[in-house]
Design a protein around this ligand. Structure first.
Ligand code: AMP
Length: 332
């Protein structure tokens, strides 16, 4: 019997992938595939809940898949696919909408934040985002879902919906557990170490994108904000230096303690230069593979197609159970 856990994770192509995504999510996704049955999605359907330029979405969907492969996600070990290629996501989401209370969805802080930020486009899809996310996870009977803190409330709702459905009918869905980034590697914006580095930050000069070229990366690190004093140590009163040490540690494979020792007595300028070099060295082979894949999209399209077929097979098993339980007549 297969004892592996099923892990589901999705990244939405609303902005280009950046170093925080790599350190906080992608790096871990590669490790998880060694001991679990992993299902990884480019969540394009979630992207259109906010304003989204079609050609950017199209380009990023390919970019994300190419980067998935380039960082080491392996289509022979994990299922890699594009969400809109598996229509069961939308189909299950509709059913789950009918098992989610309006009041529950209205309490979601991400909906409140996003609608406050963009009052011109408070669309129903944005409101129903958490039920689509619940469908993504529940379709595959995922045991574990690696998520950032920002998705904790949505995962709680997915669990509530799963339990409600299971109690009302009979056990149908696995109730998923969140996996939180335990080593706490949260990467901050290089120009503002008090705020998280994000794909859509206004302060793009403080965000290192995975596809930035060497000069751009080095320039961003040279301009990184540091702190008072001259010591290179990870400490609460040194958010800029601590952030750079975390980045160096993950990218070079050394612990933060080892990094502190290595940089003892170094100037801030040479420290920042070396952190930049460690990032360039780690990203260079990833970018090389990315360039090959993006130059000839047929490999990517094959991976997308085969991934969608595997995902669809699993998704159908859950969806047909759900349809039967709610009373839909199966087509003969
Ligand atoms: P987002 O790009 O905000 O949709 O995030 C996608 C995934 O990347 C989530 O699992 C986040 O926790 C992770 N992530 C994004 N930015 C960072 C960051 N600055 N530090 C650590 N993890 C991050």
């Amino acid at each position: 019997m297969n004892e592996n856990k099923t892990v589901y994770s999705a990244l939405k192509p609303t902005g280009d992938l950046q170093l925080g995504n790599y350190i906080g999510a992608l790096n871990n996704m590669v490790k998880l595939q060694e001991e679990n049955d992993c299902i990884y999605t480019v969540a394009d359907m979630h992207s259109i809940t906010v304003d989204c330029v079609p050609q950017d979405l199209r380009r990023r969907t390919y970019d994300f898949m190419a980067l998935f492969l380039a960082i080491g996600l392996d289509p022979d070990k994990s299922i890699l696919f594009v969400q809109s290629h598996v229509p069961q996501h939308a189909e299950l989401a509709w059913v789950l909408n009918c098992y989610t209370q309006f009041g529950e969805a209205r309490r979601m802080t991400q909906f409140k934040d996003k609608s406050a930020k963009n009052p011109e486009n408070v669309n129903v899809g944005l409101f129903a985002y958490p039920t689509l996310m619940a469908a993504d996870i529940l379709l595959y009977q995922a045991d574990r879902v690696p998520i950032g803190k920002d998705q904790k409330q949505h995962l709680e709702l997915a669990r509530t919906i799963a339990e409600r459905f299971n109690n009302r009918y009979s056990p149908t869905f696995v109730v998923p557990e969140g996996i939180f980034n335990t080593h706490g590697a949260k990467i901050q914006n290089l120009l503002d170490p008090s705020s998280k580095m994000g794909k859509t930050d206004d302060n793009q000069q403080g965000v290192v994108f995975l596809l930035d070229d060497e000069d751009t990366i080095m320039r961003k690190f040279k301009r990184a904000v540091t702190d008072c004093g001259s010591e290179i140590v990870a400490r609460a009163d040194k958010p800029g230096i601590s952030n750079l040490l975390t980045i160096y540690s993950v990218m070079s494979g050394h612990t933060v303690k080892e990094a502190e020792k290595h940089f003892q007595g170094a100037s801030y300028a040479s420290f920042k230069e070396e952190v930049g070099q460690a990032v360039v060295a780690k990203l260079a082979p990833i970018q090389a593979v990315y360039k090959q894949l993006i130059a000839d999209k047929s490999t990517l399209e094959k991976v997308m197609k085969e991934g969608a077929q595997k995902a669809s097979y699993l998704a159908n098993k859950t969806l047909s159970k759900v349809y039967r339980k709610v009373g839909f007549v199966q087509p003969k």
